[in-house]
Design a protein. Structure first.
Length: 230
C-alpha cells in the first residue's frame, strides 16, 4: 500500500471535514462578531461588482455540479439513460463554463485586492493567500478538463472512478483509494488543495458562507407575507 497516498486521500479528507464542521461550530460559539466577510465594497466598487458576480456565479455552479455529479448513485444514472461518456461530457461542458466564470471573477478580485491601494492596505495576509489558493484550485480544475476531454479519456472511465472514490469515502469503505491511484496527478493535486480549503475555511473570511446558506433557507421557508392594498 502507498501509505503517503492513503494519508493524503483517505485520512486527510476526514480531518479536513472534521475541521470544517467542528471549527465552524467553535468559531460561531466563540467569535460571532467575526462571523463576516470583512466587506470592502465601498472601495473600488466597480471591480468588486464584476469580480464578485462572476466568481460567485461560477463557484456556486461548480459546487452544485460537484455535489450532484459525485453523489448521484451510478445505478441511477444508468437507469435514466446517462452513460459514462455522456456524464463526462456534461461534466466537462458545465465545469468548463462555470470554471471560466469563477476564474476570471477571481482574477478581477485579485487585481482589485493588490492593485487598489486602499483595498491593499486594509487586507490581511490570509485574504491574499486565500485568493491565490482558490485560483490554484480553479486552475488545476480547468487543466484537468483538458485531460478528461482528450481522446483516450472520452469513454468516461475517469469520472466513474472519482464517483466511486467520493462515494466510498463518504460511506467509510476501505477501498476508496484504489479508484484514484492510477489517475493523472492533476486530479489528485486539485483534490488535495480542495481538502485543504475545507480544513482552513472556518478560520478565514470564507466562514461567512454559512450565513449565506442560512439566509437562503430562512428565505425559502419564511412565513408567507400578506400584502394589503390601502
Amino acid at each position: 500500500m502507498d501509505y503517503w497516498q492513503f494519508a493524503l486521500f483517505v485520512v486527510y479528507p476526514y480531518i479536513a471535514l472534521a475541521s470544517f464542521f467542528l471549527g465552524s461550530l467553535f468559531r460561531f460559539n466563540r467569535d460571532q462578531r467575526g462571523w463576516k466577510s470583512d466587506s470592502s465594497q465601498l472601495l473600488a466598487p466597480g471591480l468588486l461588482r464584476w469580480g464578485n458576480n462572476l466568481f460567485h456565479t461560477g463557484i456556486l455552479l461548480l459546487f452544485a455540479g460537484h455535489f450532484v455529479g459525485f453523489l448521484t448513485p451510478i445505478a441511477l444514472l444508468h437507469a435514466i439513460g446517462i452513460e459514462p461518456p455522456l456524464k463526462q461530457l456534461l461534466a466537462w461542458t458545465l465545469g468548463l463554463g462555470a470554471g471560466i466564470l469563477a476564474w476570471f471573477g477571481l482574477v478581477i478580485l485579485i487585481i482589485r485586492r493588490l492593485g487598489v491601494k486602499r483595498v491593499r492596505v486594509t487586507s490581511r495576509v490570509m485574504d491574499v493567500a486565500l485568493l491565490f489558493w482558490l485560483l490554484g484550485i480553479l486552475s488545476l480544475g480547468l487543466y484537468s478538463i483538458t485531460i478528461s476531454s482528450s481522446p483516450e479519456h472520452r469513454d468516461g472511465h475517469l469520472i466513474i472512478k472519482f464517483m466511486h472514490y467520493v462515494q466510498h469515502l463518504l460511506l467509510f469503505r476501505g477501498d476508496a483509494l484504489s479508484y484514484i491511484l492510477d489517475t493523472p496527478w492533476v486530479y489528485r493535486a486539485h483534490m488535495f488543495m480542495a481538502f485543504t480549503l475545507f480544513l482552513i475555511l472556518p478560520y478565514t473570511r470564507l466562514v461567512h458562507i454559512w450565513s449565506g446558506f442560512g439566509s437562503a433557507f430562512s428565505y425559502i421557508f419564511r412565513r408567507r407575507q400578506i400584502v394589503r392594498k390601502r
